[in-house]
Ligand binder design. Structure first.
Ligand code: MN
Length: 523
């Protein structure tokens, strides 16, 4: 086995690859992943803790929610560069510049489609028009900030000569980062490596800017293509936590970062990521958007370090290296667990919250610790799930909240009576009948919220031990064409079911609010 190969140019020190995280933009705009501005702030803090170089916080022209998130993050997150996306339209770029007002390190990211298909059918523009528009919008963006990234949408399906021309025009107009996206997840590693090497070698000024890859996973090659772009000379990779993003998703940050780390001698490149924060960030995102990580997912899946077969277990006991190429602790899986309860102090609670992805300021920690103490009055042991529920309740944001519920199943049919407060704080009461208590409950919730969810699976199990046990309900539903999952936790399983149902309904409503605005922006 050949572990190493000569580095390009035989550089003595590993090349530094910038990590540009787009979880809050490309990730968030995918079905089932919408987040409130407050949730985005929580995630942005975790990304800063991970050590990402750039956070793309949104697409300000697409919705008021994106604008608010960009403004809140600009106020609270000061270390990484903060980027926002705009089409090549003067009004979009102005809205983006305003959203970045006050940011410590602002970046404007502008894009235009370059492929023949997109030019003809989406933009209805000639090559010359695309070229002029690209240069004009980069120049406009440079009027606001010094840090401007330019992207050639559908770049990998663009005629190579024309792509080089557009990239050259953007560099001449002042772009400092050039991103060549594989928007449709169509390219292959060898093609990607050759494309980047060609552009960097031939476009005037290319060596003065940073080249960036943005790969989608439609053929399962997003990470491989991003690594190939690095071999071709790219020094920035755009990625997301858990690989969320449009359609099959984006390049998964945890996979790319660990590939560069484990095979550092091969790639001769590294990132500034604190790999111990990868699992916490993955868990946090999964919780915020309600999208579970598949068990066999690389690095952050529950099975990524599980050894079931006897032969593997035997090997592992003799020498860990027989069946593991990474240490679970190095990517943030906990080595051992302390029990949290009444006698635990602030430091222990803060430490555990960090392991769950929550990076808190002093004031926020005070509040979380007070919540923890209150929980200890009711139960002996506080589990991770309890802490997550505590934090989640605090950042859930606007939506329907459960005020009270009564369920009875005496007589022929069960009945449920609920009271909710709506997003404006008004109270709504409904009563419904059903074949069982849960059926009646869900009917009442549907009547009160106006959201119709088709139940696909419903599971209840207990978490915790003995008198402290709490019920957790997991729901999978369909709403129109989309699948959603939700979780609720309570000392009462019926209430846990209601909370899981509302968790989904609130996210469905939020997605509906965002959709028309975004479609208008993408038109
Ligand atoms: Mn994308």
């Amino acid at each position: 086995m050949n572990d190493t190969k000569p580095a390009p140019g035989n550089a003595a020190t590993p090349a530094q690859v910038r990590i540009f995280d787009t979880t809050l933009r490309d990730g968030e705009q995918s079905p089932g992943c919408s987040m409130t501005p407050r949730q985005k702030v929580v995630m942005a803090r975790a990304l800063a803790g991970l050590g990402v170089d750039v956070i793309e916080t949104g697409f300000p022209a697409s919705s008021e929610s994106d604008r608010e998130a960009a403004r809140l993050i600009a106020r609270e997150v000061r270390t990484p560069v903060l980027a926002v996306l705009s089409r090549c339209l003067p009004a979009d770029i102005e809205a983006s510049a305003r959203a970045l007002d006050g940011a410590a390190r602002p970046r404007l990211h502008v894009f235009i489609s370059t492929s023949a298909l997109h030019r003809e059918h989406k933009l209805r523009m000639s090559k010359a028009q695309v070229l002029d528009t690209a240069a004009a919008c980069v120049a406009q963006a440079r009027g606001f900030v010094d840090d401007v990234e330019f992207s050639t949408e559908d770049g990998t399906r663009t005629e190579r000569e024309f792509l080089a021309e557009v990239v050259g025009a953007a560099i001449a107009a002042g772009a400092t980062t050039i991103n060549v996206p594989d928007t449709l997840g169509y390219t292959t590693p060898e093609e990607m490596r050759a494309l980047f090497a060609h552009l960097i070698a031939t476009v005037p000024g290319a060596r003065e800017v940073v080249f960036s890859a943005h790969c989608h996973d439609d053929l399962g090659m997003a990470v491989a293509n991003s690594l190939a772009a690095i071999e071709g000379g790219a020094r920035q990779v755009e990625c997301t936590i858990n690989g969320i993003g449009e359609r099959a998703g984006n390049c998964a940050m945890e996979e790319l970062v660990m590939a560069l780390k484990v095979r550092g001698a091969w790639y001769n490149a590294d990132t500034g990521i604190d790999t111990r924060q990868l699992v916490p960030a993955s868990k946090l995102l999964s919780r915020l958007v309600g999208m579970p990580v598949q068990r066999n997912k690389a690095v952050v899946g529950a099975n990524a370090f599980a050894h079931e077969s006897g032969i593997h277990q035997h090997g592992m006991l003799r020498h860990r290296g027989t069946y593991e190429i990474m240490n679970p602790e190095d990517v943030g899986w906990p080595a051992s667990k302390m029990v949290l309860g009444r006698h635990s102090g602030r430091a222990a609670v803060s430490h555990r919250l960090r392991a769950l992805g929550y990076t808190l300021g002093e004031g926020q920690l005070d509040q979380a610790f007070a919540g923890f103490k209150a929980l200890c009055e009711r139960q002996r042991v506080v589990e991770d799930r309890d802490l997550e529920a505590l934090m989640h309740g605090d950042i859930r944001g606007d939506g329907f909240r459960l005020a009270s519920m009564t369920v009875s199943d005496r007589g022929q049919r069960a009945s449920a009576e609920i009271e909710l407060s709506d997003p404006d704080g008004r109270s709504i009461g409904k009563r419904a009948l059903g074949d069982g208590p849960v059926d009646a409950l869900f009917s009442a919730l549907a009547a009160a919220t106006g959201v119709d969810l088709q139940l696909e699976s419903y599971q209840v199990h207990s978490v915790g031990i003995g008198a402290d046990a709490r019920g957790e309900a997991n729901l999978s539903v369909r709403c129109g064409d989309d699948a959603w999952e939700g979780t609720g936790t309570s000392t009462d399983v019926i209430e846990a079911s209601a909370l899981a149902w509302l968790d989904i309904a609130n996210r469905v409503l939020r997605a509906r609010q965002l959709q028309p605005q975004r479609q208008a922006a993408h038109a």
